[in-house]
Write a protein that binds this ligand. Structure first.
Ligand code: SAH
Length: 341
């Protein structure tokens, strides 16, 4: 069976041609899929014979709402979706002044092992498909009745560890006959896989690359992010510099403030030093308390911010949304898994 929604418009058009159908059917089918239909019967402008033919050889992915939590504080909605094979992933809808943003997952679980992150407990189960990534945007939009203008790839999983799928997903959401969301409205967050960052740079996309840095020195970073053991901070910054030179896009560095681990003055100074040659901006994140982790939120965010700013670094502090609904980083999926155990 063919996963039709993972195909580009050109590929679907090719399939129509193979089936002896006129070329414009490709566009029609693509448009239906990107409106979130769950069956071929809903594609009412296609002849019945074609709908039947498609139903015999293709399938349409459509997740079910396994759980949904709405924040009473700010209207943030967190979805736990059940996929076709029973696995679950999370999507968060956040309402910002600059537009409605969905935070989507790229894998079921994660194999990166970051110490502070709930998504990686239990490892990676599997990669998502392009359609399963797209569905998170489509069905969040449909279920919530909210038009989505921005996408962040910051949910469960490491997007660059599912590279080809993510590129295809970007092409799909960017399609004028689909959601038509511009690259400048998309952010991709990575723990810093340098080979893949170099590969991404070649595509010259206008999206925002976020690098989850979390520490400016190898000792600390390797302790909280195992991925650093093979890469190292120096190599990572060299790679970020290359990315900036190739794409002209400034990088956003994510830095979750952890008490007594990465919040010292010397670390702010070292971070400022690294950033001298690699233009970008720092996003300080109040650490979300993960029950399974001994790490605690820092109380020095303001001091750290001021120290960076004094050295010419642009810094923002992430506003916390959905604080009452476990709205971060694999916590809802985790909870359901525990209940099932
Ligand atoms: N794998 C990608 C994207 C998913 S994580 C990455 O590493 O960037 C999205 C962001 O949330 C990352 O910056 C990640 O480091 C951060 N994060 C994970 N757990 C967190 C926690 N408990 N508190 C604050 N930020 C966290």
């Amino acid at each position: 069976m063919i996963d039709l929604k993972s195909m580009t418009e050109a590929e679907i058009t090719g399939l129509m041609r193979e089936l002896g159908e006129p070329v414009f059917r490709g566009k029609q089918v693509f448009q239906w899929l990107h409106r979130g239909v769950r069956s071929f019967e809903e594609m009412t402008n296609l002849p019945k014979s074609l709908r039947e033919k498609l139903a015999g050889s293709c399938f349409i992915t459509a997740p079910e709402v396994e759980r949904k939590q709405i924040s009473q504080l700010d209207g943030t909605i967190k979805y736990l979706w059940r996929l076709g094979d029973g696995n679950c992933v999370e999507t968060v809808l956040m309402r910002y002044r600059h537009g409605n943003t969905v935070c989507i997952s790229s894998q079921v679980g994660c194999r990166m092992g970051c110490q502070f992150c709930a998504s990686t407990i239990g490892g990676k189960v599997r990669d998502l498909t392009p359609a399963e990534m797209l569905d998170q945007v489509l069905f969040t939009q449909l279920d919530s009745g909210t038009e989505i203008s921005n996408i962040v790839l910051m949910g469960i999983g490491e997007p660059l560890d599912n590279f080809d799928t993510v590129l295809r997903f970007l092409e799909l959401v960017n399609s004028p006959d689909g959601l038509n969301i511009g690259m400048r409205h998309i952010s991709l967050s990575t723990c810093g896989l340098i080979e893949q960052i170099d590969k991404l740079a070649e595509h010259q996309l206008q999206l925002t690359l976020s690098v989850s840095l979390h520490a400016p020195d190898d000792e600390t970073r390797s302790q909280i992010m195992p991925v650093n053991r093979s890469v190292g901070v120096e190599k990572l910054f060299a790679c970020c510099k290359r990315y900036f030179h190739t794409t002209g896009r400034r990088i956003s560095y994510e830095y979750a403030m952890i008490d007594g681990v990465n919040d010292s003055d010397w670390q702010a100074d070292l971070l400022a030093k690294h950033l001298k040659g690699a233009p970008g901006h720092v996003n300080l994140i109040p650490l979300n308390d993960v029950a399974e982790s001994p790490l605690k939120p820092s109380r020095r965010i303001r001091e750290f911010q001021t120290r960076l700013e004094r050295q010419g670094v642009t810094v923002t502090v992430r506003r916390k949304l959905g604080g009452d609904i476990d709205a971060s980083c694999g916590q809802l999926r985790r909870k359901r898994m525990e209940e099932a155990e």
